[in-house]
Every structure is written in C-alpha cells, then in structure tokens.
Write a protein that binds this ligand. Structure first.
Ligand SMILES: [Zn+2]
Length: 336
C-alpha cells in the first residue's frame, strides 16, 4: 500500500510544480533556441568560408577542463568559438563532449547542449531534457539574458537540487512554500515572453495530489489505470524517481559523496513504497542498490584504514616509550 504523509506530499508537490514549469516552458525554450541557432548560422555563414565538416569531428571522449577548448576542424571551429562567445561560464568546465560538432549547423539542440550539464551525449530532443538542463541552458547561454535575470533561474536550480538530494524525500510545509514561491517567481518574471507561464501559479495551485492507496496488495485493481504523465501523482513520482536516480549516479561518478548514502537509501525506500503503482523502475532500483553497496563498502574500508592507522600510532607510541624509558630512568637517577 502506498501511503503519503504530509511531508511526503510537500516534497511531491514541489516535484510536481517543477514538472508543470518544464511543460509550460517548452514553447518558449523551443522557439528561442531556434532563433538563437538561426542567428549563429547566419553569422557564421557570413563571416567564415561556409565549409562543412568533412571529418565528422568527434569530441565525445574529450575531458572538460576549465579554459581548455577541444580541437576540431576549420568548419567546426567558428561554431565552437561563437558558442563560447555566448557562454557565461567560460571559466568553468564546458561540457563540449555533450555535442556532435558536425551537427551544429543543422541541429539546434546540439548547440544548446554545450550550455547544459554533463551526461547528455545521446540526448537530442526537448523530451530528453529535464528542468535542470533547460534552466542551465538559460543561465549559461547569454542570449537568454534579455528575457530573465540569472538569479531567478539559479533559485529554481537550487529548488530542483533540493528535490533531488534531500535524503528522506520530504519537505516541511515552510520548505514547500519557499520552493513554490521561487518557481512562481520565475514564471511571473518570464511570463511576458512565455505566455504559457501566465497560468503557471494557477495550475500549481489547482493540480491536486491524489492520495492513491491500493488496498488489494500487489495487483492493481482492474479499474485503476495509473496515468504516467507529467503531473499526475503517479507520473510525478515516476519521473522524479528516474531523474533522481540519474542525478545521484552523477554525484557518485563525480565523487560528491556527502550525504549520498542517505539520499540513495531514501530513494530506494520511496521506490519500495510505490511498487504497487505498477510502473517499471527495476533498472533504477538495480542502480540504486549497486550504489548503496559501493558506498557501504567504501565506508567500511575507510573505517578499517582509520582503525589500522590508530593501531599503528598506538604501537609506535608504546615502542618509542619502551626505547626512551631506560634513558629517562637513568636521567632521573643522575639528577637525584
Ligand atoms: Zn568538424
């Protein structure tokens, strides 16, 4: 039986609101990314020789390093340099390896991915990008500065990180309200350019979270068909658990281990609680259990190393004292 208490519901409400925001951002982001892409295409056509990439430059294995640029052919370099000129995070590592350079002239999302977080090599459509990818695109691509101030985007990136990282997947009422305010604030600030956001607050307010309880054990009642869409309770839970697993795996890969074990356990518990919904997250469960096992092993080996170090120091001390003790006694005898 899946039961949510108030704090679970608060967490789920914030996750649901982020999904509503993502859906309502779509026309604006699709359209403006296209306009930006076209502007680069026109500029590069007018200023460079207009050649096309013959070598199919491949930078998928290139390792992002601050201030370093991947090498590529003469046709791709003008694109790389224009993308860089419009990048607000020139000092930090840019995830060029998200991109396939020879597709830059024809595919807008290949350009957009240079402004997004790592791990998007195989993604190529709006549907593939979560809210974090979209907010990062708008933060890191200077083109979007004309529409929105950076801090309003950063506030919502923080909300999303809290949803992904809070260990027990719960928020207090105050935390929920604070997070929702930031989401509404972004919607309001951007609404004049993205009319779909005008009703964001209303939709957040009106979309209910149903307390779905399946009392018949693991088999769903025939009449109950869960909607795995963007904002239904089941859909929000499903998509957020998927995104959260990817996010935690990324933290693990990058060595951001602080609080990770607790966050992984919280996600596994949530998966357990929601099994009766009937959606398939077995792959995610497998990844989470593997990660938990690795983290437990790492913790054990760190503790064993610490104990060995302590033992070594104690024996060292005893050895030093046993060597110095006779000298100390003879010094005391002489002084007496
Ligand atoms: Zn090339």
């Amino acid at each position: 039986m899946a039961i949510y208490d108030d704090n679970d519901q608060n967490w789920l409400k914030v996750a649901q609101s982020l999904r509503i925001l993502r859906r309502r951002l779509r026309p604006f982001v699709e359209n403006e990314t296209e306009i930006y892409h076209n502007s680069l295409r026109t500029k590069i056509r007018n200023t460079s020789s207009g050649t096309t990439c013959q070598t199919k430059c491949n930078i998928k294995k290139w390792n992002p390093i601050p201030k370093k640029l991947p090498l590529m052919c003469v046709a791709c370099v003008p694109w790389r340099d224009e993308i860089l000129a419009n990048h607000s995070a020139k000092e930090g590592p840019i995830h060029w390896n998200n991109c396939t350079p020879h597709l830059w002239p024809s595919k807008k999302w290949e350009v957009a991915k240079a402004y997004m977080p790592r791990g998007l090599k195989r993604k190529c459509n709006f549907d593939d990008f979560d809210i974090s990818a979209l907010l990062n695109l708008m933060t890191c691509c200077k083109y979007f500065r004309r529409f929105i101030q950076e801090h309003k985007l950063n506030q919502v990136i923080e909300v999303r990180n809290s949803v992904m990282h809070c260990p027990d997947m719960t928020f207090s009422k105050e935390e929920k309200e604070g997070h929702l305010d930031k989401i509404r604030d972004l919607g309001q600030a951007l609404a004049q350019h993205a009319p779909d956001l005008m009703k964001l607050s209303e939709e957040i307010e009106m979309t209910p979270l149903y307390l779905i309880m399946v009392a018949q054990g693991p088999r769903l009642e025939a009449a109950f068909v869960p909607r795995i869409d963007d904002v239904s309770t089941v859909g929000t839970t499903f998509w957020t658990l998927k995104e959260r697993t990817e996010f935690l795996l990324q933290c693990y890969d990058e060595g951001q281990l602080d609080g990770l074990k607790e966050a992984v356990r919280g996600t596994i518990n949530c998966l357990e609680r929601n099994k009766y919904y009937g959606f398939d997250l077995s792959k995610e469960e497998e990844i989470l259990l593997w990660m938990e096992e690795q983290l437990i092993q790492q913790e054990k080996s760190a503790k064993a190393q610490q104990a060995a170090r302590r033992l070594f120091l104690s024996y060292g001390l005893i050895f030093a004292v046993s060597l110095l003790w006779p000298r100390l006694l003879s010094l005391l005898a002489h002084s007496a």
